[in-house]
Design a protein around this ligand. Structure first.
Ligand code: PLP
Length: 423
């Protein structure tokens, strides 16, 4: 077949969109050229069901080496004892953890979606809320901080089999030790989903969940800056005897159960091209350059949050410890949906987001979420973050003024031309 110009033209359009815009979606980033090269390599041709050294297909000697490097680098990066790098996504990683450790109908306790949680932590729209019995904790209305007391109260009363910490739209750090104490009191398993702040945790810039949580899952494409994918890790609870007996009465360890839950439990063949790209991204994240990047991600988020606070924007919890912030627009006469659309016209990409105790629907929302992982990869620093804050504020204030939004869009393009992507 001839080169498929229809698709390649659209890919060129997407590159242009990414190059010209200000990317503030908190879950996105720009991978390096070598990560992209590996993701688009001949490894996409290879089937490799199983694990390195234990495959159901021949010809796996090369991918065995690649996957082993990915596992070793992930262990080193996070200080994990055991890692599975095969989950195709964060949702797949979480599904595999549930399959490995709890039974249909068991209670799970996660952060409410409208308080910053993720769909895979018990939403009725996701298998986690359909197969298991979901319970939720939230943030305190006055502070926007996790309500640990209510988490503890619900846990002690309901005795869930699993407690899930981690979020998609929570800008503060977590007290993992405190939640582990609660989990231990009721014999629950503690899962931390660090999809968003994984890169900051890897570099020691936020609290480390691995000493406290039985299992840790993450996506690999947010702050971690790898290809789209997921990963499961186990720390000090490595090789404990949680879980099942086989029909022969043997005890399966937590890590054996997790491996089996990824394949064949929830997936078929692993994506070895993605695993090679993960290995490269982990290698990049092990460098000092990445530490500089991760610190800048935090500094940029703090600069943007400060700009907003100084201009009477309400940030949930009043600021940020990580790479993101959730802005409550209820004092600004604009919904999250409108803000997303208006900012889009100005060349600034964000996403609408429910805020805690939101009265609007998830399709409209009262908030917008901003993250700095992607924009920091472009080379932007604190000074530009204030300018970006100004452009956002202007776009929101002039929401019905097409000419003004077009002029902001020109300024956005001008600014981003100074920070070339894929030089
Ligand atoms: N967990 C959390 C906390 C997330 O924020 C996300 C994605 O946004 C996921 C899981 C799901 O990841 P994926 O989109 O790779 O399935």
């Amino acid at each position: 077949m001839e080169r498929d110009q229809a698709i390649f033209n659209l890919i060129a359009d997407e590159l242009k969109r990414q190059e010209e815009g200000i990317e503030l979606i908190a879950s996105e980033n720009f991978v390096s050229k070598q990560v992209m090269e590996a993701a688009g390599s001949v490894l996409t041709n290879k089937y490799a069901e199983g694990l390195p050294g234990k495959r159901y297909y021949g010809g796996c000697e090369v991918v065995d080496e690649i996957e082993t490097i990915a596992i070793d680098r992930a262990k080193q990066l996070f200080g994990a004892e055991w890692v599975n790098v095969q989950p195709h996504s964060g949702a797949q990683a979480n599904a595999a953890v549930f399959l490995a450790t709890i039974k249909p109908g068991d209670k799970i306790l996660g952060l409410d979606l409208s308080h910053g949680g993720h769909l895979t932590h018990g939403s009725p729209a996701n298998l986690s809320g359909k197969i298991y019995q979901p319970l939720f904790y939230g943030v305190k209305e006055e502070t926007g901080l996790i309500d640990y007391e209510s988490l503890e109260e619900t846990a002690l009363r309901e005795k869930p089999k699993m407690i899930i910490c981690g979020a998609s739209a929570y800008s503060r750090d977590w007290d993992y030790a405190r939640i582990r104490k609660v989990a231990d009191e009721i014999g629950a398993l503690l899962l931390a989903d660090i999809s968003h702040p994984a890169g900051l945790i890897a570099k020691g810039l936020l609290a480390d969940p691995l000493p406290h949580c039985h299992i840790v899952t993450t996506t690999t494409h947010k702050t971690l800056r790898g290809p789209r994918g997921g990963m499961i890790m186990v720390g000090k609870d490595f090789e404990n005897t949680w879980g099942a007996k086989t029909p022969k009465g043997e005890t399966r360890t937590i890590t054996q159960l997790l491996d089996l839950a990824v394949f064949p439990g929830t997936q078929g063949g692993p994506l070895e091209h993605t695993i090679a790209a993960k290995a490269i991204a982990y290698g990049e994240a092990l460098t000092d350059d990445y530490l500089v990047y991760a610190k800048q991600v935090q500094a940029n988020a703090q600069a943007l949050a400060k700009y907003f606070v100084d201009r009477d924007y309400k940030i949930i919890s009043g600021g940020t410890d990580n790479h993101l912030m959730l802005v409550d627009l209820r004092n600004k006469d604009i919904s999250g949906k409108e803000a997303e659309a208006v900012l889009g016209l100005a060349g600034i990409t964000t996403n609408k987001n429910m805020v805690p105790f939101d009265t609007r629907s998830p399709f409209v929302t009262s908030g917008v979420r901003f993250g700095t992982a992607a924009i920091t990869t472009r080379g932007v620093k604190e000074a530009e973050m204030s300018q970006i804050g100004e452009l956002i504020d202007e776009a929101i204030r002039f929401k019905g003024d097409e000419a003004k939004l077009a002029s902001i869009h020109s300024k956005v393009k001008e600014m981003m031309a100074k920070f070339p992507l894929y030089k």
